[in-house]
Design a protein around this ligand. Structure first.
Ligand code: UDX
Length: 447
């Protein structure tokens, strides 16, 4: 099958590479010449385990190529995937200008039937806008070509995107066209052979499915963070509570880890956009608003604990920070809790010595010469000359550090853990004071 992907960001690149890997003939198009040039030379602009070899292999095999030429792109694929960004507007709604620009490009260049598949996360009703944009360009050209519009949301997790794509738990396809449905079935056949993973529905339901999935996951996290905050005040241990409730299969163990808040490119943006959509149809989505509020507050919890420990005086304190990415196995720092923490620390006059296994270049890009930030080459180096240690991301290499040397190096033997990586007794044995999230009375001392 000939396939075109618009947008070589995270979703577009993973989709293009994986579809080529199962034998499709794929062109990825981007308006960013620099990016396309780099991709042609085998340079992958993002960190995603397993992506680089797949891209290289399929480029060499002649199944995957890159272009900046819209005409070439539209001519190539019977299936045209739109995988461009939908950044939030100032009011939190998704900005659709890039999606509709691609739809117009398709209308301007198509010379035969095309299936226009929206993979970007877009508000309910975007399918109609895409359709209208293609149609109006065709009208301008005086053409009456047929096309179909499909909503096919992605459910990829950063860091596990290749296996999520190759072994999906579901492939949601929203369309009212039988022809498009069969073409999508053929496109996804290699991923669907053993078990039928395809779920067909109307376009609006598919668009809403994506938001509902992310909002549900974000709700689980904010719920657990709320119970964790309660645990601190009640003298309970959230880790025991988590295991206690997770054993009920109706609740389940997944995605109920308390922490210093969720980040990333999806949850914050999608929860806001769905709440905004609700407002636009005169519905006050109280739960969604609360999920967002709880998360914003949770991103301040570590700072509050640190500030409380130092009795509000952080001037000149040196904080070692382990973990900058919004989660492990990525260098992505969008909406990361580490950023809220660092920015609060700087405002309070503290210095940060930060280490992350992958996100050092990204930190440098975002914060550059920020006063009060020192980037450390290793986690041990970040501790040198520091007063206390804070952990924001649960990278594997932070899981069993040398507690004795941490206790020896820090000027104050205190660890603030935003991801509940350790057993409190373990740190206690090494003479470390341990503040985690939601773990009993010692975690919260009303000031
Ligand atoms: C998410 C969805 O999982 C994916 O299905 C969707 O397509 C895009 O958004 P991603 O943003 O890559 O994927 O990250 P995810 O692994 O879901 O983690 C999101 C955030 O939630 C991270 O900051 C993580 O630390 C936090 N989290 C996750 C928790 O705080 N507790 C949990 O139990 C799980």
């Amino acid at each position: 099958m000939k396939i075109t992907i618009f947008g070589t960001g995270y979703v577009g690149l993973v989709t293009g590479a994986c579809l080529a890997d199962v034998g499709h003939d794929v062109i990825c198009m981007d308006v960013d010449h620099g990016k396309i040039e780099k991709l042609r030379n085998g340079h992958i602009p993002i960190y995603e385990p397993g992506l680089e070899p797949i891209v290289k292999h399929n480029v060499e095999a002649g199944r995957l190529s890159f272009t900046t030429d819209p005409e070439e792109a539209v001519r190539h694929g019977l299936i045209q995937f739109i995988a461009v960004g939908t950044p939030p507007d100032e009011d939190g709604s998704a900005d659709l200008q890039y999606v509709t620009a691609v739809a117009r490009t398709i209308g301007q260049c198509m010379d035969d039937y095309r299936v226009v598949v929206d993979k970007s996360t877009v508000p309910v009703g975007t399918g109609d806008k895409v359709s209208a944009a293609v149609r109006s360009e065709l009208d301008k050209r005086g053409l009456e070509l047929e096309f179909d519009v499909v909503s096919n949301p992605e459910f990829l997790k950063e860091g596990a995107a290749i296996s999520d794509f190759m072994k999906p738990d579901r492939i949601v396809v929203g369309t009212d066209s039988e022809r498009a449905r069969e073409l999508l079935r053929e496109t996804y056949y290699p991923f669907n052979r053993n078990h039928d993973r395809m779920i067909f529905m109307d376009i609006r339901s598919a668009e809403l499915t994506k938001y509902a999935a992310n909002a549900m996951l974000a709700t689980k996290i904010s719920f657990m963070n709320e119970i964790a905050n309660l645990s601190e005040r009640l003298g309970a241990d959230i880790e025991a509570v988590r295991r206690g409730i997770g054993s009920d299969p109706r609740i389940g163990y997944h995605f109920i880890y308390p922490g210093c808040g969720y980040g990333g490119s999806c949850f914050p943006k999608d929860v806001q956009a769905l709440a905004r959509t609700a407002r636009s149809c005169d519905y006050d989505a109280k739960l969604l608003n609360a999920v967002e509020d709880v998360n914003l507050a949770q991103k301040h919890v570590l700072f509050d604990k640190i500030s409380h420990y130092f009795q509000g005086n952080l001037e000149g304190k040196v904080i070692a920070l382990w973990g900058l990415a919004f989660k492990p196995n990525t260098d992505d720092m969008r909406e990361a809790s580490s950023r809220t923490l660092m920015e609060s620390l700087w405002k309070a006059g503290a210095k940060v010595q930060a280490f992350d296994p992958e996100a050092m270049a990204e930190t440098q890009r975002i914060y550059g010469d920020q006063e009060g930030l020192a980037l450390s080459g290793t986690k041990e180096q970040a501790l040198k000359g520091a007063d206390v240690l804070v952990i924001c991301t649960e990278w594997k290499e932070f899981r069993s550090p040398d507690f004795a040397s941490i206790a020896a190096v820090l000027s104050e033997p205190v660890v603030f853990d935003g991801r509940n990586l350790y057993e409190p007794e373990m740190l206690d044995r090494h003479g470390l004071i341990y503040y985690a999230i939601g773990r009993g009375h010692n975690q919260f001392r009303a000031g």
